[in-house]
Ligand binder design. Structure first.
Ligand SMILES: [Cu+2]
Length: 225
């Protein structure tokens, strides 16, 4: 009994140290995406590409793609490979969900079926790339799921801003994807902040430790056609 309590206590301490180390060393990667020739810089996916030698377990929680007021919501959903997505119908009409390909591979086309309001259907995405979502009953509806290889991703807001939180120090390839723009990629370096663990970030003015932990990378994408 006493031994098992000790083991539990030791595990808790080790877990606390591990989480402290992660929060002290990881930084935020953020910036603004300019969208040349496009009407909006919104809904552009920014993500860190495959990191050699690293795999990431998919989240236990399912992601959600809704069909609401005759639209896929969100219009662009980005998920880590292996994530299950719950497809919802919040409209008083039947909707269908199908995709004609994944990453342009038509062999991966799939029809989820057609169902009424309130029913939820799930699908686990194990292939990387763009999943263009369509509804067979409403040809005007479209959306996208982008399946990416790391949990370090974000989607731009209306102004083109993105923020990827808690990226460990390292050298990575940062990629963009959007339904309109040519994909881009560039190298980024997230620097280690050795002293960050000694500071608390509740009040940044004296130590400036929060600013030191974020890396700013602005990006430009261009309309594809
Ligand atoms: Cu529909």
């Amino acid at each position: 009994m006493a031994k098992s309590i000790k083991i539990v206590a030791l595990s808790a301490v080790l877990a606390a140290i591990a989480s402290l180390a992660t929060s002290a060393w990881a930084g935020d990667l953020k910036g603004k995406v300019s969208a040349q020739g496009m009407h909006s810089p919104e809904n552009i996916v920014v993500y860190i590409d495959t990191i050699p030698g690293k795999t990431f377990p998919p989240p236990v929680l399912h992601a959600v793609m809704d069909q609401m007021q005759m639209e896929f919501v969100p219009h662009v959903l980005v998920i880590l490979k292996g994530t299950a997505v719950n497809f919802l119908n919040d409209d008083p009409v039947q909707h269908n969900v199908y995709w004609p390909s994944i990453d342009h591979n038509r062999a991966l086309a799939h029809n989820m079926g057609t169902w009424p309001q309130g029913i939820v259907k799930s699908y686990t995405f194990n292939n990387l790339g763009d999943v263009p979502l369509l509804c067979k009953t409403h040809s005007e509806m479209s959306g996208h799921i982008l399946v990416v290889p790391t949990p370090y991703f974000a989607v731009t807001d209306k102004e083109g801003n993105y923020m990827i939180k808690n990226v460990p120090p390292g050298q990575y390839v940062l990629k963009t994807w959007s339904e309109e723009a040519k994909p881009t990629e560039q190298a980024v370096t997230i620097k280690a902040v050795p002293d960050a663990g000694k500071q608390t970030c509740n009040n940044c003015a004296p130590c400036n430790c929060c600013a030191a932990q974020s890396t700013n990378v602005d990006l430009t994408v261009k309309k594809q056609f």
